[in-house]
Design a protein around this ligand. Structure first.
Ligand code: NAP
Length: 319
């Protein structure tokens, strides 16, 4: 049976793990040069995307995350196709751009709804803050969308603690809770613990949705100096030089702990996040096998000593 919990202080019931669909869909033209595609390369195939969703649903994962920006709408379109008629929550994101202003939100929302083939979006997030869009104005537009029945829960992404508090306060004036803040968080990226974001989420009852929870794949244990990643990701600190060497003892510890439960390094790394009840990781999956593996993080627990050992082993990434 699916174990769900409220998303923030909303009535949306979500599993403790989601599925990231950033690499999904078939981009054409310039969209093939999209940052997500350039960093990771595409998912394995359309069939494997379908298997990834099926494996996730079968294991109790009921949230899939996409964004209007991913491959210029191709990811949303693919998620819409695959999720049609299925009991799955869809999270997507408003795309701020240098050429748009906040008042474009209602029309961008309508475009996302059309690509997703849905009458309402379960979680609509502001993808990232930009100085030319006032946070209270964006929140008022989101509140209008909730009142119009087009959005069920409101979230933000890449917001600092101060921006989060501002968004929360603006929505509160309209009687709407801020459901989530989606930020990068993993054993190899522990900034939310020190920049006030995790504390603010706990205090205000906001779910911290952890993106890149496998540190873009570094925590899966399949990459080393001898086996490098594909795409631009290979130039990221954890994928080259001393960085990739420093990751290896962390992977060894994940393997050692995982061996006690017959779990993979990815599952242990995701479990370390899930053990914090305010955190919801959304690992990306390029095929059914990866999605099934990641969903296996829902089916065991770590001891307090194991969590602490992992926290101690990754203190260098807590900056
Ligand atoms: N809000 C934002 O600004 C933002 C930014 C980034 C991402 N996101 C969201 O977060 C989601 C996940 O983040 P992410 O894709 O950056 O990083 P991630 O989840 O840490 O890593 C995903 C990558 O790791 C590999 N992988 C995943 N599961 C695996 C497994 N079980 N075994 C082996 N390899 C596995 C796959 O790539 P390979 O097979 O090629 O290694 C996959 O593409 C995205 O899909 C997106 O929805 C949001």
């Amino acid at each position: 049976m699916t174990q769900t919990t409220p998303l923030g202080r909303t009535s949306v019931q979500v599993s403790r793990l989601g599925l990231g669909a950033m690499t999904w869909g078939k981009p054409t033209g310039m969209a093939r040069l999209n940052p997500a595609q350039m960093a990771y390369g595409p998912s394995e195939s359309g069939v494997e995307e379908e298997r990834a969703l099926e494996a996730s649903l079968a294991a109790g994962v009921n949230l899939i995350d996409t964004a209007a920006m991913y491959s210029n709408g191709a990811s949303e379109r693919r998620v819409g196709e695959l999720a049609r008629g299925k009991d799955v929550l869809i999270a997507t994101k408003f795309p701020p751009s240098p050429f748009t202003r906040a008042n474009r939100l209602p029309s961008e929302l309508d475009h996302s709804l059309a690509r997703l083939q849905r009458a309402a979006i379960d979680l609509y997030q502001i993808h990232f803050p930009v100085p030319w869009m006032s946070i209270p104005k964006l929140m008022n537009l989101l509140a209008d969308a909730v009142e119009a029945g087009k959005v069920k829960a409101v979230g933000v992404s890449n917001y600092s603690a101060a921006q989060l508090r501002l968004a929360h306060a603006a929505l509160a004036k309209r009687g709407i809770p801020l459901a989530s803040n989606q930020v990068q968080y993993s054993l190899l990226y522990r900034k939310p613990e020190v920049d006030g974001v995790l504390d603010a989420c706990r205090e205000l009852g906001i779910t911290l949705i952890a993106y890149s929870p496998l540190a873009m794949g570094a925590l899966t244990g399949k990459y080393s100096a001898a086996t490098r990643a594909t795409g631009f990701r290979r130039f990221a600190p954890n994928f080259r030089g001393r960085g990739i060497e420093a990751v290896q003892p962390v992977v060894a510890l994940l393997r050692q702990i995982g061996a006690r439960y017959d779990k993979t390094p990815s599952q242990v790394a995701l479990r370390w996040l899930i053990e914090d009840e305010s955190v919801l990781p959304i690992p990306g999956a390029k095929n059914g096998k990866q999605a099934a593996d990641n969903a296996g993080a829902l089916a065991f627990r770590l001891t307090a000593d194991e969590r602490e050992a992992l926290s101690q082993a990754t203190l260098a990434w807590r900056v």
